[in-house]
Design a protein around this ligand. Structure first.
Ligand SMILES: NC(=O)c1ccc[n+]([C@@H]2O[C@H](COP(=O)([O-])OP(=O)(O)OC[C@H]3O[C@@H](n4cnc5c(N)ncnc54)[C@H](O)[C@@H]3O)[C@@H](O)[C@H]2O)c1
Length: 367
């Protein structure tokens, strides 16, 4: 399969995203075609990536490659890891023309992008996302970030890479749960922006989840295209980009209420959040019945974790609501939600009082 190339235009640069299978075997050519001269670089590697693939990548570089291994988890997505990466770059006397390459999922990409933006006010950055979620979501748009004890991703920057290389070969070693997480974002993109793509997903969900070529690559491409269109229209999340938060205000509150435990990971929380946002859109008479039923039936057929009552009871209501109010995307005491009118027609900036949400959520958690 020939690689697909997508160009992202930002206020600071235009960069390509390559999507395909076994792209890592042609890295030298990709770098050459994009005038990337890797005289010196730091490769930040997620330890869970199969050694065979890491060795294949290392082979493509000349000897001046430094490697920084990372245990990718939310606890390590912090200033301490940033400091030790900065220390390595300083010790090795990196200059702004040198490269930092992230090889990992959203955590590795977010930390590496942040370090690249801080080091000498901007080091060259390349992202090789290795999870489905990072390939369809976090590697596009230039948001970087780390966590603090006050919350997730509260420290960060907007920083664009020189190139993104999304190779579906990495997905083969991903646990099934991580595939489901990425699929949640793909589905979200179709729901908010492209009915034809939603129909494609509905028809081919099995092949996509089973990582069959060319279905998985097509799903990644279409999904990236939607995210690209959104971030190109609103690079710094002033307004339109908010549509990407569909399901996320609920989802963030769910994962925070469980203290980010492995019981419910980020992508699963977002899937639960999307189902809750669909229910709320329908109950409030925004979403028509036909689209609501076809979306719910897609979710049901997917066998994803979708039963909010499996994770929460009415005892958790106060906690969930307080996290919804604290969500950094809310600017006041009102809760701001992205809802759906019909497939590909999201509604942004709909504000609800806490008591409105309380009544709805109580119903979701008890009936
Ligand atoms: N910057 C953005 O715009 C943006 C958008 C969405 C999410 N995010 C962030 O992304 C993170 C979630 O991303 P993620 O789901 O990719 O998480 P992740 O980086 O934690 O990866 C998930 C798990 O898969 C493992 N892994 C990675 N690649 C692998 C591979 N090829 N084979 C086997 N295991 C592999 C990791 O070690 C980890 O255990 C969160 O921190 C979230 O805040 C950022």
């Amino acid at each position: 399969m020939k690689p697909i190339k997508l160009k992202i235009k930002t206020s600071v640069n235009t960069y390509p995203i390559y999507i395909g299978k076994n792209l890592i075997l042609t890295l030298p050519k990709i770098f050459k075609d994009n005038s990337i001269n890797l005289k010196k670089c730091l490769l930040v590697v997620d330890r869970k990536i199969p050694k065979k693939l890491v060795s294949q990548i290392i082979k493509s570089f000349n000897k001046r490659l430094n490697i920084f291994y990372i245990d990718a988890n939310e606890k390590n997505k912090n200033q301490k890891t940033v400091n030790s990466m900065l220390e390595t770059l300083l010790k090795k006397n990196f200059s702004r023309e040198d490269y930092l390459i992230a090889l990992g999922g959203g955590i590795t990409g977010d930390i590496s992008g942040f370090v690249a933006s801080q080091f000498k006010r901007g080091l060259q950055f390349i992202n090789i996302p290795t999870t489905l979620l990072s390939q369809v979501d976090s590697a596009i748009g230039g948001k970087t970030g780390i966590n603090t004890k006050y919350g997730k991703n509260l420290i960060g920057s907007f920083y664009q890479p020189k190139i993104v290389i999304s190779d579906s070969i990495f997905l083969e070693s991903l646990p099934e749960r991580e595939i489901v997480c990425g699929y949640g974002e793909i589905l979200k993109h179709s729901i908010i922006s492209n009915k034809r793509f939603f129909k494609f997903l509905d028809k081919n969900i099995e092949s996509i989840i089973n990582l069959q070529t060319p279905f998985i690559e097509k799903a990644i491409f279409e999904s990236c295209k939607i995210k690209k269109d959104v971030v190109e229209r609103d690079e710094r999340e002033k307004n339109f980009r908010k549509i990407l938060n569909f399901g996320h205000t609920f989802g963030h509150a769910f994962e925070a209420s469980l203290n980010y435990s492995r019981k419910l990971n980020h992508g699963e929380a977002v899937l639960l959040g999307m189902k809750t946002a669909l229910n709320f859109s329908f109950r409030k008479n925004f979403l028509n019945q036909k689209d609501y039923l076809s979306l719910i039936s897609h979710l049901k057929n997917s066998k994803f974790p979708l039963n909010v009552k499996k994770y929460f009871s009415s005892k958790d209501l106060g906690k969930i609501l307080s996290f919804m109010i604290k969500d950094k995307k809310n600017n006041s005491d009102m809760i701001n939600l992205v809802l759906l009118k019909k497939i590909e027609k999201p509604l942004i900036d709909y504000k609800f009082k806490k008591k409105d949400l309380e009544k709805f959520l109580r119903n979701e958690l008890t009936n």
